[in-house]
Structures are given as structure tokens and as C-alpha cells.
Ligand binder design. Sequence first.
Ligand SMILES: Nc1ncnc2c1ncn2[C@@H]1O[C@H](COP(=O)(O)OP(=O)(O)OP(=O)(O)O)[C@@H](O)[C@H]1O
Ligand SMILES: [Mg+2]
Length: 390
Amino acid sequence: MAIRFSLYYHSKENGEYLQKTINSSRQAMLVETQSLENLPPRVNSGTDVVFLEYQEEDAKLDRWIEKTAADPKSPSIFLFLHEITTNSLWKALRLGVKECFAFPIRLEEFQEAVDRLPRPDTNPDLTETTRVVSFLGSKGGVGNTFLTANVAHLVAQEQKGQVLVVDLDLRYGQLIYFFDARPKYTIIDVIENFERIDSSYLQSLFHPCDKNLSILPAPARMEEAEAVTGEHLEKILRYLKNLRIFRWILLDCCHQMDEVTLKALELSDDILLVTNPSIPALSNAKKLLELLHLLDLGGIRSEVILNSWQKRGDLGEAEVVGFLGREVNSKITFDPLQVGRSINEGRPLGEMAPRHPVCQDLKTIASRLLGDDSSRGNGSLGWIKRLVRK
Ligand SMILES: Nc1ncnc2c1ncn2[C@@H]1O[C@H](COP(=O)(O)OP(=O)(O)OP(=O)(O)O)[C@@H](O)[C@H]1O
Ligand SMILES: [Mg+2]
């Protein structure tokens, strides 16, 4: 989960230096950079740390620091001092500052300071339960990753809680490209360190994409995929559910029904089956619906999402519904140009083209995940009834 920094600098040069320092940390995310002259009376509530280039003999700044540090709801304060002396450290301590740095800042030391910070939203009393949602493509290339990434982004944009996306396409995982992310760690690091993991350490392995959005990438190398088992996934998901840090965990599942995919489905609250309106994809979707029925995943809600939908396509909606033997819950418009651009630039549509019809369609899925909690726990009943009726 991202630790959000607001930076206030005196000289532009130091501002750039501190910006680089912040960006070097795996969890830190810069949400604001301003000259010290623009320091607001109260920092915005989306900030976890205020990093100030400290100015000696500035009584107004000292009063600001003291007042901010005294408020338990305020962000932590980091100072960049021009020189660290015993006096300056005593003063910083008295003012309630969390960490002090001077040039040159050792990046490992900065990372350690970030690791020492209290984690936001880790109090189980403050966070609601975690909803695990599996996106399952009926076959390769139906748009599963595009939908997972974009719905995750739209849900995170609503700021109703933290969202984690886990790339379970373990061999070919491409999720990182949909966010133009360059993560340092993958699911392999989580598995290798699982026994000595605590909440902060675990969170430091996730890659923050946005204020409320983190990703856990698939292994970087194809052969590492073998190292991930269903048991690993179960441990990770149960641990995360217990921590209640994430309000939503979205899983970009592999379309092969292997051990890891089956475990993902079993541990999900919702399964979103993604298909397109082509006979091969629909035929797979039908088989998958039958398999899910056989597995009898009681209590799990499922939806069918028809991606790449064209009103004047070869198959009409009635034909698709007739073929699948169940209703289609969402249709996502076909637009190769806009979708391709979003994927290639690594910018979700919610940011790139929020009014675009594809984005509007995606919002209907996101809003069901955001608001539709009433159906949790008994959602599968309706679905099973529909299957029985066919
Ligand atoms: N609504 C859409 N309209 C047009 N093209 C789309 C749409 N959704 C996805 N695509 C295209 O489908 C292709 C595959 O998308 P994506 O990688 O998300 O599929 P996938 O099911 O995750 O594939 P894989 O099996 O390789 O993981 C992309 O090139 C994308 O441009
Ligand atoms: Mg994919």
C-alpha cells in the first residue's frame, strides 16, 4: 500500500533531490510537491508524511510543525536539515518531528524510516471485510486483464478503501503493463519471505500504483511460475483477509483450470466470467459455467461479462444468452483503438478517457463491486437457481 508524501521545499534543486529520494522508496508515493511558501495551514487528508526542507530561524515554520505534530490525525513529519547538529536534533524532537535527514541521504536509511511509519488503515476495527473477486477469462485474449485492471482502477478511484490486484497469470502475467508499473517485487518474494512476514513488510512488497491501488505482480520469469501453489495462494489470501487492509482484492486469473486458479475461485466472494461474443469463447464459457456448477462453490456470486460487444455483431444478445443458458450481467463495448491505446500507454481508461463508452460500461461492474454488498453470502443461490432452471 502506498505511503503518500507531500513535499515542501525551499530551493528547487533540493526539491528535485528530495523528490528523487521519495521516489526511490518502494512504497512511497509523491502526491504533492510545492514550494515552502505554499505550505497550507492544514495538509490535505490524503497525505501520510509531510517532508519539509527545514529553514532555521523561521518561527512561523516551527509553530506549524509543532501544531501539526501535536494533532494525532495529522501526517508524520520528516525534515531535511542543511546540517545535523545536536541542537537541531533536540529541536526537531521537541517539535514532534518523526525523522531528520541531511545531505547526502542514504536511500537504505530513508527506506528504513518509511518502514518505521505506522501503516494506514491497518486497524481491523476501522476497515471492513475484504471482498475477493476473481476475473476468469473463458479463453486467452478475451480481455480479462484489461477488465481486471480497469475495474480495479475505477473502484480505487472512488476512495472507499484500498484495492489490491494480484496477477495470477503466473507464466505470462502482463498486469504491470496495464499500469505502466515497474515493480521491484513479485508474488515469488511474498512466498519466499512468507514465514517471517509481518503486515508492514508484506505491504512493502506490493507495488503502489495509486493512492488506493496496489498490485502484486506475477513472477518475472516463466520458470518461477512452478514455485507458486494453491496452498501459497490460500495462505496469502487468508493472511490478507485477516489483516483487513484491503477492502477489495481482485484476482486476474489464468484461463487454464489449474490448481492455483481453482484455489482462487474457491476463495472468492465473486467470480466474474469474462468472454467475448465468439463461438470458441462462448463454448469455453459454457463449459466453465458447468464446471463452476459442479464444483458447487456455495456462497459465491458469479456474473457473466460479455466483452468486445458490438450491437451489429454476428451474434445477438438473445443468441448469446440462449447459448450460455444464463443471462449476461454486463456488456463492454468493442473499441480496439481506445482499448489498445490505454493498454499500450499503461493508463487505465478511468484516467485516460473516463467518459468513453467502454469506461462507462466498466463503471457498471465497478459500481456493483462498490455498492452491492447485500448479495454477499447468499448470492450463489440466485445463480444456482438460474442454472437449475435451464
Ligand atoms: N472492449 C474491447 N474492445 C476492443 N478490444 C479489446 C477490448 N477488450 C480487450 N481488447 C483487446 O483484447 C486484447 C487482449 O486483452 P487482454 O490482454 O486484457 O486479454 P486477456 O484475456 O487477459 O489475455 P491473456 O489470455 O493473454 O491473458 C488486447 O489487445 C485488447 O486490446
Ligand atoms: Mg491476461
